[in-house]
Design a protein around this ligand. Structure first.
Ligand code: KG4
Ligand code: ZN
Length: 344
């Protein structure tokens, strides 16, 4: 059982990709504010995230976003007063180095100025906590399917800070596949919601796209599926985007659900949990929930706000990390390739 605690106010900051976010969370689980400024408009015309523009946009809005998160949490203060918080946490990686640097620098500067501990948080660990924030009394081990734009991993979580990796994608992340296929179909960025919207009026059985490695282990692969979509569209140029999107989405979801269930069975999990941006996908949420209900396996699907990038998950992960591993040194830098800390 998680000891959530009732005190300890953490300011969280998230700037690893294309959302500038700040949040105030008490005791690792009580969200007092969560402000997210999306950069979708900045990158939409380019069909994807432009790293240089992302870091500039973070720089422009981060201070205001932090101020708003403090205000919404009722923590107004007049400098040189210090707001009533106990720690400042920020994502240090993985992510875009220029974007990470903006959040890490701001968080360290605030921690130094306010005389508070700084906590450098792993973005993936943040996503794991996001899934837990909406729920309490979780059964361990919990198998978490973490599906984002940069990562697709199946984790067995034995408690906060205790992770075993069961499987991962051998090539593209699931979100990356959504984004690439959306771009190929001319559906725009971000690709996940665009595919989902197009798929709503399509036939998921119109194309028999491959389900790679469906019957093998717990690793995944999506690059062959992406190529199959390209070939199918070139062969049948008259095919509707709706049918292609629906068939592609069904193939991704079939594989994700099968792997998550197999992972849960392998470790005798007490429950199954979704995390990351792709967890916002309705078909994935509904299919996994239905499959788990059939197996009478508890399933935890986070709210939509907790699927995509936000800073509440960073504050929550930061609070647990501070209690378990202490503060991070102030010379901690951005770590674009940071990996999830795994049990030996
Ligand atoms: O977790 P996230 O916000 O950022 C990363 O850490 O990567 O995930 C972003 C990814 C993008 O690839 C986006 O296309 C995908 O999540 N995504 C979705 C949906 N909403 C966002 N994929 C499928 N269906 C959605 N509704
Ligand atoms: Zn993310």
């Amino acid at each position: 059982m998680i000891e959530w605690g009732a005190s300890g106010v953490t300011l969280g900051i998230e700037t690893s990709c294309d959302e500038t976010a700040a949040a105030v969370v008490i005791g690792g689980g009580d969200i007092r504010s969560s402000v997210v400024a999306s950069q979708v408009d900045v990158h939409a015309t380019f069909g994807g995230v432009v790293p240089e523009l992302a870091s500039r946009a973070h720089l422009e809005v981060l201070t205001v976003v932090v101020q708003r998160a403090l205000e919404e949490a009722g923590l107004t203060f007049q400098a040189p007063e210090v707001p009533a918080i106990d720690a400042v946490a920020a994502t240090v990686g993985p992510g875009l180095v220029g974007s990470l640097l903006v959040g890490v620098s701001e968080a360290k500067a605030l921690a130094l100025a306010w005389g508070l501990p700084f906590v450098g948080v792993n973005h993936l660990e943040g996503h794991l906590f996001a899934a837990l924030l909406d729920h309490r009394d979780l059964p361990w081990p919990l198998v978490v399917l973490l599906v984002s734009g940069g990562h697709t991993v199946l984790i067995s979580m034995e408690g906060p800070g205790r992770y075993r990796q069961l499987g991962q994608t051998l090539d593209d992340a699931a979100g990356e596949a959504f984004d690439k296929v959306a771009r190929f179909l001319g559906l725009g960025y971000p690709g996940g919601p665009a595919i989902e919207a197009a798929a709503a009026s399509g036939d998921p059985q119109a194309f028999a796209f491959p389900r790679a490695m469906l019957d093998e282990g717990l690793d995944l692969s999506f690059s062959g599926l992406k190529t199959a979509v390209v070939h199918a569209v070139r062969r049948s140029p008259e095919a509707s985007n709706a049918d292609v999107a629906a068939s592609f989405q069904q193939a991704v979801v079939d594989v994700l659900v099968a792997k998550a269930l197999r992972g849960a069975e392998d470790v005798g999990a007490g429950g199954l949990c979704l995390a990351g941006g792709v967890a916002a996908n309705e078909l994935l949420r509904a299919s996994l929930s239905a499959a788990c209900e059939e197996l009478r396996l508890p399933v935890y699907v986070p709210s939509l706000a907790m699927c995509t990038d936000n800073a509440a998950m960073v504050a929550a992960a930061g609070w647990f990390q501070l209690r378990q591993r202490g503060p991070s040194p102030l010379d901690t830098g951005a770590q674009p390739n940071l990996r999830l800390p795994l049990l030996p």
